[in-house]
Design a protein around this ligand. Sequence first.
Ligand SMILES: C[S@@+](CC[C@H](N)C(=O)[O-])C[C@H]1O[C@@H](n2cnc3c(N)ncnc32)[C@H](O)[C@@H]1O
Length: 247
Amino acid sequence: MAPEKRDPPQDGNVRRYFQKIYANYQSSVEKAPVVDVHQRIKRAIEPRLAGIVVDIGSGGDTRHRNPAITLLVSVDNVLEFLRHAKDPAAFNAAGDVRALPFKKGSVDRIVIQFVVHHLTDDHLAGTLRNVRAAVAESARILKPGGRIFIVDSMTWRPLDLIQRALYPLSRAILRGFGRPMVFILSAPSLVRICAESGLAAERPVTVDWGAMTDLSQALFPKVRFPLRYTPAKLTILEAVKRGEGKG
Ligand SMILES: C[S@@+](CC[C@H](N)C(=O)[O-])C[C@H]1O[C@@H](n2cnc3c(N)ncnc32)[C@H](O)[C@@H]1O
């Protein structure tokens, strides 16, 4: 008998959290400092988008524009985001980044923005499995020569390792406060994970947080601190799927 195919678990709190705060989240991204940072990200990646573009974990707000884009698909596993989607030009698709509803080698570009740090599980091993599964699934749907843009907070390698060591403690504390777990990888860790799935990462690019002060809506909704002074650096990691292709 073939083994049962199971998605790796994800902290149920993450999904419940986004179902609860989707309206707040969608209005928070209209605030000036967030608009500003999203604009900076857009300026960096939008000209590089082309063909079939999938924005995974879009929060229902993708709005990428470029004449080379033939189809823009907005994917999220929280239906509330898609039901209140903001971009009438995007095709909405419910889906989990670890099991995407697309055929192998069917997509030209993937954007996955502020999602990876939410792919957490109760245990570190599960979180790392989720991130690997998300990257492997992205690699599966990309055409050879296709590109993924991973946009996220990334930190220094020593802090990545410290988070790993303190994982059970952080998880217990956050659970006590009813908060979902968050895990911020270092860029070298993500580069390695990309390589495991045949994605060759380019040099990570750091983007200025500007006046962003929301440390984390998920963890500390009331704490404000200029993000540019934290070790969570806003980073774009672009990777290309190995193999023959137009790119
Ligand atoms: C912090 S929001 C980012 C939204 C948007 N990309 C942005 O940059 O504003 C994280 C998004 O990832 C989605 N998400 C979390 N886990 C997911 C998963 N396993 N599959 C698909 N989407 C997921 C959440 O529902 C939410 O919309």
